[in-house]
Write a protein that binds this ligand. Structure first.
Ligand code: SF4
Length: 182
């Protein structure tokens, strides 16, 4: 019988973690991403995600402090806004849940990854600026620098990021089949 913890939530068991792990691994592979090959470590992170889903109602990053307000935490709902750029630069996301192909294959090691999420004051300022721009009827503008656009020469998939993905999430071709689109 399912047990409830002190918060009235169903306790997260090993079966829940294993199921979530299998689903995340399948989704990652289908999308051209890789989970950390250290399964025990990865499952510990997934447990954190499941706890956060129960606690907040959304899967906030297990390595960051969430606010309990979904709108304020949109950028850190897993996979967070910073995943791809951290994988490109450091071979892993901030938590180390997702890694690059090279890290997954043991060709690169993962070291500590600096936090690139702006602090709360910066985020508030960014939000205020966005709202001001929107109020003036201007195009929405994010605080992130403009990124190059990459086009998959095989299927036409477009993405804006520092470098093309290791594997096209649509047709699964490798990075060298991408070209700069603009
Ligand atoms: S750092 Fe990794 S685990 Fe944390 S939210 Fe981003 S993608 Fe998910």
């Amino acid at each position: 019988m399912a047990k409830n913890n002190e918060g009235g939530h169903k306790e997260i068991g090993q079966q829940d973690i294993d199921q979530a792990y299998n689903k995340l691994k399948q989704d990652a592979e289908e999308g051209g991403y890789f989970l950390n090959p250290d399964v025990e470590f990865t499952k510990a992170l997934i447990r954190g995600l499941l706890v956060n889903e129960q606690r907040y109602g959304y899967g906030a990053c297990p390595c960051r402090l969430a606010s309990c307000i979904r709108q304020e935490d949109l950028d850190i709902i897993c996979p967070c806004d910073y995943r791809d750029i951290d994988i490109n630069q450091f071979n892993a996301c901030f938590c180390g849940l997702y890694v690059s192909a090279d890290a997954a294959n043991g060709k690169k090691t993962i070291n500590s990854i600096p936090e690139r999420r702006p602090n709360i004051e910066e985020r508030r300022k960014i939000q205020e600026m966005k709202e001001m721009k929107e109020a003036k009827g201007k195009n929405e503008q994010t605080a992130l620098p403009k990124l190059p656009i990459w086009r998959c020469k095989v299927c036409g998939y477009l993405c804006a990021r520092e470098e093309p993905p290791d594997i096209c999430p649509i047709c699964k071709v490798t990075k060298d089949r991408f070209e700069r689109f603009m």
